[in-house]
Every structure is written in C-alpha cells, then in structure tokens.
Design a protein around this ligand. Structure first.
Ligand code: C2E
Ligand code: MG
Ligand code: MG
Length: 547
C-alpha cells in the first residue's frame, strides 16, 4: 500500500511496499514517486493524477514499472483511488500495488514457448503458419512471389539410432544454426518437427529464386558436423512450392511442398524438387493406392506366392522365394514393384513385411520333403525392405513367427538387396549377425545392380548371392555382361558363397550358368511364383524346364 499527497509525494507506505521497491521507509517518505518510477513510465503517474483530480472517478487501474534501489525493474499492477473529505475534496491518494514481474515474465516465456521450438529455438509450426498467411496476404496486395521449402534430412534416423538422441539433438541444433546463417532477414525458418525444417521465402522476383534458396540450404550441409568427436555427414532433400497472391491457402501450400519433397526423395537423395500440378495428381493416386493396400491387408486380396528355387545340375527343388501378390478388385493384378516402394514411404511396409514373413513361414512349415527334393525339406526365402531392417522390433517378430509356425530357423532365408544393406553398413552388420545367430540364412538380392562394394561383400558374408536378372536374361545380354557374370560367379565362389541366378528363362541361359558353376537358379524356365496350394504337387512331381 502506498499513500501519496496531491503532488504525488509519499506520505505513508506499508512494509510490503518497502520490500517491493527496495528503498527504506525514510528514503521514501516525502519524496516524489519519480524516485522509484522507471523513467519511461513517469508519464503514467502524471496522467492518472490528472484524471483522478479532474473527473469524478473513484478508481484507476494501470500497470507501471518501478526501478528498485538495486537497479532491477519490476512491474506493478496498481489500483489507485482518491480519499475525500465530507465536501468531496481530495485529501490524498491510496494505491494498492501488486508485483506482477514474475507473472509477466512467465507469460512472455509461455508465449515464446508456444511459438518456438524448444530444442533449436526456431519458430515452430504455429508461428510459421501465421507468418505464411501474412506473407500470402502481403503478396496478394503487393505482387511478387513467395516460396515454401520443406527440408527433410535423409539419414537423421540413422544418427539417432547409432549414436543416441543426445547426439541427434545436438546435430539438429547445429543444423538449425547453419540454416539460420543463410536465412535472409525477411524470411522465416522453422522446425516442423522431427528432422523437418520449413523455410518461407518472401519478396522473390521470379520463381527461379526459390531454387537458389534451396541450393543455399543444401550447400551448408557440405561440411560434416563434428559432435562429440564424431564426424557426421548429413544430406537433405527439399520440396519447393512457389506461390503468388492468387495461390491456394497456406495450409495447402505446405502440403504441396510435402508432395514435392516426396518427389525429391524418390528421384534421388540430397536434391530438391519443385511442385507441379501433375505431381499433385500422382500424389493423390498414390495416396489412394496406399489406402487400398491397407484395406487389402484386411480383406485377403493380398497373398504370398512361391517361386521354386532349383538346383541347376539335377532340377531338384531346394526352396521357394515368397513373393507378394495383390489381386485388386478393379485394377486386377498389381505387381509388387508398383506398391512396395509406395508402402515404404509409410509404416505400412512394416505391416506388409509382417504379413509376408508370417504367411511364408507358416506355409513353409507345412511343406514336405520328397524324392524330388532329395529328401530334404525345402527352405523359404522372404524379401525384407530396408525399413524393416532398421526396425528394432524386427528380431522379435522373426522369432515369434518361427515359434508360432514351428519352422526350423535353418529353413528361413532373409533376402535383402545390396543397396538396402549399404544404407547403414554398421547397423546392417549388427542386425545380420543377430539374425545369423538364430540360425537363419541370408541372401543378397539383385546382386550387381547396386553400388556393390566388394569389401562389404566379404564382410557381410551372405549365405547366398542372387545374381540379378540383368546378367542372365537375353534382352540385356551383352558380351560385357557375360564377362561380368563369369567374374561374379567366380568371385562369389572364392569367398565361399553359394550362387543363385535370378530370372532364368531359356535353356541356353541355364546351360551357360551351369557351365560357369552357378549352383542354383529360379525363373520362368521352370515356373513363375504360384499359390501355396500348388506347392505340394510341385514338390511331388518336381519341376521341369520348358522346351
Ligand atoms: P525380387 O526379390 O528380385 O524378385 C524376383 C522377381 O523376378 C519377382 O518379381 C519374380 O516374379 C520375377 N521373376 C522370377 N523369374 C523371372 C523370370 O524368369 N523372368 C522375369 N522377367 N521375371 C522373373 P515380382 O514378384 O514382381 O517382385 C518384384 C520385386 O518386388 C521383388 O524382386 C522384390 O524386390 C519385391 N517384393 C516382392 N515381394 C516382396 C515382399 O514380400 N516384401 C518385400 N519387401 N519386397 C517384395
Ligand atoms: Mg528377392
Ligand atoms: Mg531379385
């Protein structure tokens, strides 16, 4: 409480007020309130004095800053009233004060938190969207172009998994600082969540300028990040959408940048891509396909077929490759190459992978040995997507499938393409070792099509190398591939691996492979993949090469 006279001199204060402003009672008494008022707020006192003296008001409320004796600025919420005598003449003023400094700071902090990302301090999605709609309105008035760039890191998950979240967090912060460095004053950079960043460019004279922004953002990643003694490389893909005043609303713009990002990722890593309307069409039909694929998992339109794997010297069936088939109610048969890559863009691939594995091991557990298999139980090979490979639940899922089906682990072989293996060699080796420890075999699929690193080949040591069809089939046959085929088979053998040729279609191909010493093969020469109910008779009657 503060009592002051008509010239705003202190006539009485209580202990709380003394504590609040940090001056002693003696220092305060008789002094003008200017003594403890923050200089910018002196006017507030004068103004309220005028109002209280001239008008018939009983109370004024206002917020005012004080300067404490120790130099700290505090904020007070004041309620001030005049005390009058029986004639109505003002005798003095009574102020009730409340220190709201901390409340204020907290409120500011909260509003900052509500609009900023706590890890990097960048604008968050809410603030970005607000700035975007403002920019949109401005461009509609003044003309020109703006652009939204959605940036996504290509290998961030790998860093998190391999080095932990602390390193991951520091990497994100480091990235944010570098991006900030190339962010223009008029532009907005924000973290969109996870490893995604959004950049709003304003005042562009031409749409091409948006590509310059993308290049700047990608260029700052050229140098690796050094964190805790680690040298971490990061690449990013960027989806760009350019807009003018006539464009769609701002939420639509972010979605379009996302569509362009998808395209950038699909094309290549470490690139950017500009949104076009046809991309939108494609995204819509992809989206529909994924929805239908989800449904197909439930309705049974999805199934596994099995292609026999044949021992080349005696045509005995040693195993089957499980291949996914989708019988679409309207589109008919949809080949896996057109839906697996789509499913890989979302978690759906995990469900598909689970489906493929459980179906395959259950089917295989019922297969019988015959004299056409040399009395040996045939194995089943199952294709694994790279995303499954980085799924911590993978091993548990494989163990469960084996346990519930009763299939011996030696009868399961996991297939992975060589490009998938190279996404993260250290992690791949780790998972491979654990899968191998269960007694499960491992085949390197489509060998020769990826960026084969021969040193990794020796290190990863697959049980089987599946030579890609392009080295086998006549359509792409060339003397050069012939030489390569020979070299691949001999290299594999020297490393102690078993060679399997994919896509054998003619007897001539079979003979050549046989001569080279390739042990196994699969292909339309014997049979395409068939439904599981055909496998039994295939095992009883064996397979025969077509004429
Ligand atoms: P892949 O694993 O290399 O499978 C071999 C592909 O070659 C199969 O195509 C098979 O039907 C085809 N093929 C076999 N013999 C011949 C032949 O003599 N000539 C020709 N032209 N083709 C032959 P499909 O079934 O269309 O599968 C394509 C790819 O889709 C597979 O390549 C595999 O990468 C993927 N895929 C299939 N099923 C699954 C699955 O359950 N999970 C995962 N992650 N991927 C799968
Ligand atoms: Mg395969
Ligand atoms: Mg293959």
């Amino acid at each position: 409480m503060l009592f002051s006279d008509l010239s705003d001199r202190v006539i009485a204060v209580n202990d709380s007020f003394v504590r609040m402003v940090g001056f002693s009672r003696e220092e305060l008494m008789g002094n003008d309130s200017k003594l403890f008022t923050y200089h910018e707020d002196v006017g507030i006192t004068e103004e309220t004095l005028v109002r209280l003296s001239s008008e018939q008001i009983d109370q004024v409320r206002y917020i005012k800053r004080y300067l404490r004796k120790d130099g700290r600025i505090i904020v007070s919420e004041v309620s001030r009233s005049p005390a009058r005598d029986s004639t109505g003449k003002i005798l003095y003023f009574v102020s009730s004060e409340r220190d709201i400094t901390e409340e204020r700071a907290l409120a500011e902090q909260l509003s900052h938190q509500a609009l900023h990302d706590s890890l990097t301090g960048l604008a968050n999605r809410a603030l970005f969207e607000d700035r975007l709609s403002q920019a949109h309105a401005r461009i509609a008035r003044q003309g020109g172009y703006g652009a939204v760039l959605l940036l996504d890191l290509d290998d961030f998950k790998g860093v998190n998994d391999a080095h932990g979240h602390l390193v991951g967090d520091q990497l994100l912060t480091g990235l944010a600082r570098r991006f900030e460095f190339v962010t223009r004053m008029t532009d907005t950079l924000s973290r969109f969540g996870g490893d995604e960043f959004l950049y709003l460019a304003e005042g562009l004279v031409s749409p091409q300028e948006a590509e310059d922004v993308a290049t700047r953002l990608i260029d700052v990643l050229a140098e690796p990040f050094s964190i805790h003694g680690l040298n971490l490389e990061q690449h990013a893909s960027i989806g760009i959408v350019v807009f003018d005043g006539a464009s769609e609303d701002s939420s639509e713009l972010i979605q379009r940048a996302d569509v362009a990002l998808y395209e950038a990722k699909r094309q290549n890593r470490g690139r950017f891509s500009m949104f076009t309307p046809s991309m939108h069409q494609q995204a819509v039909s992809h989206f529909e396909l994924v929805q239908e694929l989800r449904r197909a998992l439930q309705t049974g339109d999805l199934s596994m077929h099995y292609q026999p794997i044949v021992q080349l010297d005696n045509a005995h069936v040693v195993g089957f490759e499980a291949l996914m088939r989708w019988q679409h109610p309207e589109r008919g048969w949809v080949p896996p190459n057109s839906f697996i890559p789509l499913a890989e863009q979302s978690d759906l691939i995990m469900e598909l992978g689970h489906f493929a594995l459980t179906q395959a091991v259950h089917a295989a557990s019922a297969w019988r040995a015959t004299d056409k298999t040399d009395g040996v139980l045939p194995y089943v090979t199952v294709n694994l997507s790279v995303h499954q490979f980085h799924d911590p639940a993978l091993l548990g899922m494989i163990e469960n499938a084996l346990a519930s089906s009763g299939l011996a682990p030696e009868r399961l072989i996991i297939e992975i393409t060589e490009s998938a293996m190279l996404v993260n060699v250290a992690e791949t080796m780790n998972v491979m070792e654990r899968i191998g420890a269960l007694g499960i075999g491992f085949a390197l699929d489509d060998f020769g099509t990826g960026y084969s690193s021969l040193s990794y080949l020796a290190l990863l040591h697959p049980t089987i190398i599946k030579i890609d069809q392009s080295f086998v089939s006549p359509s792409k046959e060339s003397p050069r591939n012939d030489t390569l085929l020979e070299a691949i088979v001999s290299l594999g053998h020297k490393l102690g691996m078993t060679m399997l040729a994919e896509g054998i279609e003619t007897r001539a191909q079979l003979e050549r492979l046989h001569k080279l010493g390739c042990e196994f093969g699969q292909g339309f020469l014997w049979s395409p993949a068939v439904a599981n109910d055909k496998v039994d008779s295939m095992l009883k009657r064996g397979v025969r090469a077509k004429k």
